[in-house]
Design a binder for this molecule. Structure first.
Ligand SMILES: Nc1ncnc2c1ncn2[C@@H]1O[C@H](COP(=O)(O)OP(=O)(O)OP(=O)(O)O)[C@@H](O)[C@H]1O
Ligand SMILES: [Mg+2]
Length: 458
């Protein structure tokens, strides 16, 4: 362990940042900004009024780290190795309608959003809806716990897994910087693993379209909001989905994971309409539910993985990634969490960042729930807090380079495509490294907490 000048205990950083020549940092920062503009490592600029309305107006570089973050090669390989197993696990869980309904039954009573998703799922069970072609584009997130050296899963995203496009660009940016400045820095660009997440995801979508087998049908990407689909969508008696008269082969949900994506009944009707259709849904309602935090916690219980996976070695590999996960009806763990709330994270069934509860707020929320004595506790799970090592990093935001103490989270993308008994795609597809200032709890890049990063294998 290295202790830096401010006394923060961290992992061995990639570079002694204090030793890097300031002129060199400025040169690299300038080059990286030019590179971002030239290669489309950009996002909409919220401060520009016409941004998002007029193409090409109001763009700013995506927040990124100037240099890649060091990461142990064996841990990276392990995370890649379990990706296809997690893909298979999601598929198996999705087929067990009773498991999904039972596991979420208490949550349903207190969480209106989860209840709406479950209602759609129930309807599909009632009509005995079968999804012959199943497409999953997932991202499993991990943190490397400094003390135990274990790579522990934060969560598995089965809907709207973000940044498959920009993450590959950051990899390219870092490689390009190291090709130019690697010698001066003592770093080798070849230690940054390739990142083809976006092309592999696109290929999986294309293959799903091929399986649907109608050259005139299209892939539809659902963005906020789905209202239009309710107005223009139509379901034919044979299950064919038409939107504006156009047959839909594959529906990709870039929205629909958060309550604000359903401002009215119209969006819920649209979601149900799509679910009832024979279009390939990425994700289907079952895949979506299989990615909830409650299901993550249920899968971590003893003997549950065994219900869905056969291979003992694979089960062991997956289980090794699980952090401590508990439901709030475990009184022993509640007492412990009240005593040492800093060692836990409390999570509702939400996606998109900014919803988790940390530190003193954990104690307060647990006390409130106990006092109220309602069933609201079923809306949450408790999770062991993971503490990754802290290292000094150069973070680029709004064209300015800041040095700060940061921690990182590794996401591994996975694609899965199945047509009845035939597995057509089951692979790991690139990665996403997100780095955030160590003092921030949440990890969102778009939410302004983190920057995009890549990894340097050590
Ligand atoms: N057990 C944990 N220990 C430490 N940090 C955590 C833990 N769980 C979550 N976090 C932090 O909080 C962030 C958000 O958590 P999580 O991914 O569970 O929520 P989410 O809303 O689904 O986020 P996303 O938008 O990434 O899908 C993570 O990216 C991570 O930085
Ligand atoms: Mg998530």
């Amino acid at each position: 362990m290295a202790t830096d000048e401010e006394g923060v205990v961290g992992a061995k950083p990639l570079l002694d940042l204090h030793g890097v020549d300031q002129n060199l940092v400025e040169k690299m920062a300038f080059d990286s900004l030019v590179w971002s503009s030239l290669h489309g490592l950009v996002v909409g600029d919220r401060t520009a009024q016409r941004s998002g309305k007029v193409p090409g107006v109001g763009m700013v570089h995506a927040p990124f780290s100037l240099l890649p973050m060091s990461f142990p090669e064996n841990q990276f390989n392990m995370a890649c190795e379990v990706a296809p197993i997690f893909n298979e696990l999601v598929d198996r869980v999705s087929l067990d309608g009773k498991f999904l309904q039972d596991s979420l039954s208490r949550t349903k009573k207190v969480d209106a959003f989860t209840a709406r998703l479950l209602d759609i799922h129930s309807k599909m069970l009632e009509i005995n809806k079968k999804e012959d072609i199943r497409l999953g584009l997932h991202r499993s997130d991990y943190m490397l716990d400094e003390q135990t050296k274990l790579l522990l899963q934060i969560e598995l995203n089965t809907i709207s897994s973000s940044f498959s496009g920009l993450s590959g660009l950051v990899t390219e940016l870092h490689r390009s910087l190291l090709i130019h400045y690697g010698e001066q820095l003592g770093l080798d660009s070849r230690k940054i693993p390739g990142n083809t997440a976006v092309s592999q995801f696109a290929e999986a979508l294309a293959k799903a379209w091929t399986e649907y087998n109608n050259p005139r049908a299209v892939v539809m990407v659902v963005v906020q909001t789905e209202e239009q689909i309710d107005t223009e969508g139509e379901l034919l008696p044979d299950g064919t989905l038409l939107v504006g008269g156009q047959e839909i082969a594959v529906v990709y949900f870039r929205a629909g994971y958060t309550p604000t994506d359903y401002p009215s009944e119209s969006e819920w009707r649209a979601r149900l309409l799509m679910e009832q259709s024979s279009a390939v849904k990425c994700p289907s309602i079952s895949y979506h539910l299989a990615g909830t935090k409650k299901i993550q916690q249920e899968l971590a219980k003893p003997n549950v993985l065994e219900r869905f996976l056969d291979n003992k070695e694979e089960i062991a590999k997956v289980r090794k990634c699980f952090a401590g996960l508990w439901s709030l009806d475990d009184s022993e763990i509640i007492s412990q969490a009240m005593e040492r709330p800093e060692l836990y994270v409390m999570k509702p069934q939400r996606e998109g960042g900014g919803n988790n509860i940390y530190g003193e707020d954990v104690r307060e929320t647990l006390l409130r729930l106990r006092k109220e004595g309602t069933e609201e506790d079923a809306a949450y799970i408790l999770m062991q807090r993971i503490f990754p090592s802290v290292s000094p990093t150069f973070l680029m935001r709004d064209g300015i380079c800041h040095k700060d103490h940061a921690i990182s989270e590794l996401g591994i993308y996975g694609a899965y495509l199945r047509s009845k008994e035939k597995v057509i795609v089951n692979e790991q597809c690139g990665y996403l490294m997100r780095t955030k200032v160590a003092s921030s709890n949440e990890g969102g890049v778009a939410a302004g907490f983190a920057v995009l990063d890549s990894i340097y294998l050590t």
